[in-house]
Design a binder for this molecule. Structure first.
Ligand code: 1CP
Length: 358
């Protein structure tokens, strides 16, 4: 396992004591309500579209200077309280040698979907050296970002498995579930492989100096609670346990996870991401006291007029206040899922200012 230095980002010493995002994530009182957005780097920003023009998405993720620049863009423009590393959940698979690409307008597409035991056994293991460009980008960012914390991330084993088994984005995850239910021994071998790679990727990011980590189990909400517990939860628990020694906040997020929320909040995470389908006070009731909540404005809200966005943000903030009365230990403002690509960048900047002003 990659050794995580005692002082994270040992070479670049940053004073993040007052960073509102880290204070909130630790359950302390931040100087202002911290706000950042999933997919805050990306197509919503003209400067992103310009710098990415004519470049391949996955190749971009292995270009340290480009990753540094794109990660910093939303921080400069919007004054968000955290940066999230510009990368993708399939980067560790690509680095390990799995044949795949990110197709514009589609998402990750795998050359040969993984459906047999022989294919699972043939999956290459990730070596930390193979993600060295990502570590290098993190090194650059520690200087670039000053006192803004940097969030590292990985796809959770289930969500990664769904891309590998389906071969690409999927609405019903039918082949993934066919393997899970019909060939559980193959499923468990695949999840074991992906768990190890996810840990390798996160530990490499932590060794390079990220200040928090988020695990995206974006598609976990397609499972029943019983199936989540049997086929997914043990692996997610292993991932969180394997990064506990870094001592940084761990965030767990998925979409449509209302029914799974209590379980997803009890796998070794300090912060639980909530999508927009349930109010934050309802989420607090489901996960019980002692959790920091992250979320959860519906991303489509940003297509409405400025007053409507502000009013709807206030509803989220009011629900967060009620969540605190129910025992939640903090709130990090975010959307309930990623920024939609056609979102107006100015609407995002106004929303950040509104949350900070309250
Ligand atoms: O050419 C492009 O610009 C491609 C669009 C794009 C971008 C900007 C993709 C393809 N990925 C990314 C970056 C990315 N992906 C980030 C960093 C940017 C930021 O957050 O500011 C992150 C955190 C991700 C993570 C990611 N990729 C997730 C988990 C988050 C989520 O949205 O649930 C998932 C599921 C993916 C897969 C993926 N990559 C890209 C797309 C379009 C998709 C989704 C495809 C699908 O619907 O299944």
């Amino acid at each position: 396992m990659t050794e995580i230095p005692a002082a994270l980002g040992a070479e670049v010493r940053r004073d993040l004591t007052d960073a509102p995002f880290l204070a909130a994530a630790r359950g302390a009182t931040p100087s202002r309500t911290p706000v950042w957005f999933m997919r805050q780097a990306g197509r919503s920003l003209p400067e992103y579209r310009e710098i990415r023009a004519g470049t391949n998405m996955l190749e971009s993720c292995f270009d340290p200077a480009l990753v540094c620049e794109v990660t910093a863009q939303p921080v400069r423009r919007h004054d968000v309280d955290a940066a999230i590393l510009f990368s993708d959940i399939v980067v560790p698979l690509k680095a390990a040698g799995v044949g795949l690409d990110i197709v514009p307008g589609v998402g990750p597409v795998v050359d040969e979907p993984v459906r047999s035991a022989a294919q699972v056994d043939a999956l290459p293991a990730l070596d930390a050296d193979q993600v060295a460009p990502v570590s290098e980008a993190i090194g650059l960012l520690l200087t670039e970002l000053g006192t803004t914390p940097l969030i590292g991330f990985a796809g959770a084993p289930f969500t990664l498995a769904s891309y590998l088994v389906e071969g690409g984005p999927s609405r019903n995850h039918e082949r993934t579930k066919a393997m899970m239910f019909g060939a559980p021994e193959i499923w468990h071998r695949l999840m074991d492989r992906l768990t190890i790679d996810t840990i390798t990727s996160l530990r490499a990011q932590l060794a390079a100096g990220v200040d928090a980590v988020q695990l995206f189990d974006s598609w976990a909400g397609t499972l029943t609670l019983a199936d989540y517990r049997e086929f997914v939860r043990p692996y997610t628990e292993r991932v969180f346990a394997a990064v506990a020694d870094a001592g940084v906040p761990r965030i767990h997020f998925g979409v449509g996870t209302g029914e799974l929320l209590a379980d997803m909040a009890s796998v070794g995470t300090e912060v639980i991401g909530v999508d927009w389908r349930i109010p934050l006070d309802d989420a607090a009731r489901r996960v019980g006291p002692g959790m920091v909540l992250q979320g959860n404005l519906d991303p489509a809200t940003l297509f409405a007029d400025a007053q409507t966005v502000a009013d709807r943000a206030d509803l989220v903030l009011a629900a967060a206040d009620r969540a605190r009365e129910l025992g939640a230990t903090g709130h990090i403002f975010n959307l309930g899922h990623g920024v939609l690509p056609d979102t107006d960048a100015d609407a995002i900047t106004r929303l950040v200012a509104h949350v900070h002003d309250r």
